[in-house]
Design a protein around this ligand. Sequence first.
Ligand SMILES: Cc1cc2nc3c(=O)[nH]c(=O)nc-3n(C[C@H](O)[C@H](O)[C@H](O)COP(=O)(O)O)c2cc1C
Length: 164
Amino acid sequence: MVLVVTRDEDNAPNLAPIAWQCPLNYDQVTKLLIVCASENKTLRNIMQTGKFVVCLPHASQVEMVKLLGSCSGHDVNKIEKFGIRTFSSGRFQMQVPEGCIGYIECEMFKTVEDDDVIVVFGRAVYAAVDEQAFSDRLMPERPEGKTLHHLGAKIFMVPGDKSI
Ligand SMILES: Cc1cc2nc3c(=O)[nH]c(=O)nc-3n(C[C@H](O)[C@H](O)[C@H](O)COP(=O)(O)O)c2cc1C
């Protein structure tokens, strides 16, 4: 699962967990998609600015993830409310939570609507990663590479140490 950082047209930042996401392509440019409920502030922001940042939270950030999913940026500035420490992403200067394993800055290039959800397609323009967590691939056998996997409801899992 990922955290999606956006900002609105007044530059107010927002952060939301998104479990439904998928890589789409990597040649010649990395593309991915996220599935957003149409009422979410995240979707509104993406439609306004055309930009979003996909962050890979570390497993140790699970409580922060739950908090960020508990309310909407329509009602509150979640970064201030939960005291989340952030740094500026490379190109968009959006607020990425400290401690994330990595992030990908994306430009939205297409949306597909289905009932009350919108599939948002993003093209990567910049990415950065904790080099302790990646070496050609994600290294979940290292403490730094422990990603977070959402199983539904409030249940999450962490990858094990053995590749099979
Ligand atoms: C673990 C987790 C996974 C979630 N996955 C999704 C998702 O894939 N798509 C979605 O639209 N909302 C998802 N949500 C719900 C949104 O994160 C939640 O509605 C959030 O408050 C939306 O915030 P926003 O209005 O500021 O965008 C998830 C929430 C949690 C806690």
